[in-house]
Ligand binder design. Structure first.
Ligand code: IPM
Ligand code: MG
Length: 354
């Protein structure tokens, strides 16, 4: 299996280095991998003047899976939009057709006290957010900033979804729900937005072939509230690109830290890009304090979904849990009485647990 390794910017290289340690440890037990690195985001811009250099895109296209760190940094904010790091990631998702973004939010019993919510609200939480990733207002045309006749400027973005786009993400979500708690909540803003009125209608129709899955609908504002009021009511949530972006950051805080949430972005054939849901955290980059667990858990998702190696995936997840049980904590999840560990030490502890 060929893995494209794209560390990106900020803490990206530090956290990806820990995930690579984990993969190298699995290689000792017979996992056969070919790993190749390439620059993306700000690093891509610096290397080739493009946040998604041609060679990086080619490598990603040829690979069976992509391990991605994080992109972005304040030094790139003034670049023209198409040169900014985020464009690199968005183009990669679009070019590779990675429309299904799976973002599981699980509360490890050891971390229930690290959440900003009361432990009893989050203990045992296990939610999967299925976020559509290649449509919606992220990609809809027309878009841009135009100057109107009087000289005033106007910003425009367009929320669009086709039935076929809604149907294929609904299928991923129903299939996922079927393998879990058999409850699916589709999140929309159908009371205001026609795009999501269609979303609701198509998901409802599609759901008729999944009588075993209990489908419900919720407006996005209510969902944002319910996630902090009673998050354990959810099993699988399916939603569009923008709402999914926001709700998954919110859900991450239930688990103790955004530094714990992995993600998989899959195409129709389970080829995927695997990345932590957090960003490049420029404020702590280079300090060796970032939490590598979201990236290591993303590696587990890669083993499961793209490499079809459930056994290795489970091993990595159990190793992470053991490390937490042993009391290791990076700064973001550190609570009194636990052992503060840097990025490297956390990675080494996972390798030792393996
Ligand atoms: C995410 C990120 C990206 C997004 C950014 C970096 C473009 O926030 O993966 O959630 O908005 O999708
Ligand atoms: Mg986001």
């Amino acid at each position: 299996m060929k893995i494209a390794v794209l560390p990106g910017d900020g803490i990206g290289s530090e956290i990806v280095a820990q995930a690579l340690k984990v993969l190298h440890r699995l290689e000792q037990d017979g996992l056969r991998l070919e790993l190749e690195q390439a620059p993306v985001g700000g690093a891509g811009y610096e290397a080739a003047g493009d946040p998604l250099p041609e060679a990086t895109l080619k490598l990603a296209q040829q690979a069976d899976a992509i391990l991605f760190g994080a992109i972005g940094g304040p030094q790139y904010d003034a670049l023209p939009r198409d040169k900014r790091p985020e464009r690199g990631l968005l183009r990669l998702r679009k070019e590779l057709g990675l429309f299904a973004n799976l973002r599981p939010a699980m509360v490890y019993p050891e971390l229930a006290a690290a959440s900003s919510l009361k432990a009893e609200i989050v203990a045992g939480l296990d939610v999967l957010i299925v976020r559509e990733l290649t449509g919606d207002i992220y990609f809809g045309e027309p878009r841009g900033i135009a100057t109107l006749a009087g000289g005033e400027r106007e910003g425009v973005n367009t929320m669009r979804y086709r039935e076929s786009e809604i149907r294929r993400i609904a299928q991923v979500a129903f299939e996922a729900a079927r393998k879990r708690g058999k409850r699916l909540c589709s999140v929309d803003k159908a009371n205001v937005l026609e795009t999501t009125e269609l979303w609701k209608e198509v998901v409802t129709d599609f759901g008729r072939s999944y009588p075993d899955v209990n489908l419900s609908h919720m407006y996005v504002d209510n969902c944002a509230m319910q996630l902090v009021r009673n998050p354990k009511q959810f099993d699988v949530i399916v939603t569009g690109n923008l709402f999914g972006d926001i709700l998954s950051d919110e859900a991450s805080m239930l688990t103790g830290s955004i530094g714990m949430l992995p993600s998989a972005s899959l195409d129709a054939n389970n080829k995927g890009l695997y990345e932590p849901i957090h960003g490049s955290a420029p404020d702590i980059a280079g300090k060796g304090v970032a939490n590598p667990l979201a990236t290591i858990l993303s590696t587990a998702m890669m083993l499961r979904y793209s490499l079809g190696n459930e056994q290795a995936a489970g091993r990595v997840e159990r190793a992470v849990q053991q490390v937490l049980r042993e009391g290791y904590r990076s700064a973001d999840i550190h609570t009194p009485g636990t052992r503060l560990a840097g990025t490297n030490e956390m990675g080494d502890a996972v390798v030792a647990a393996l």
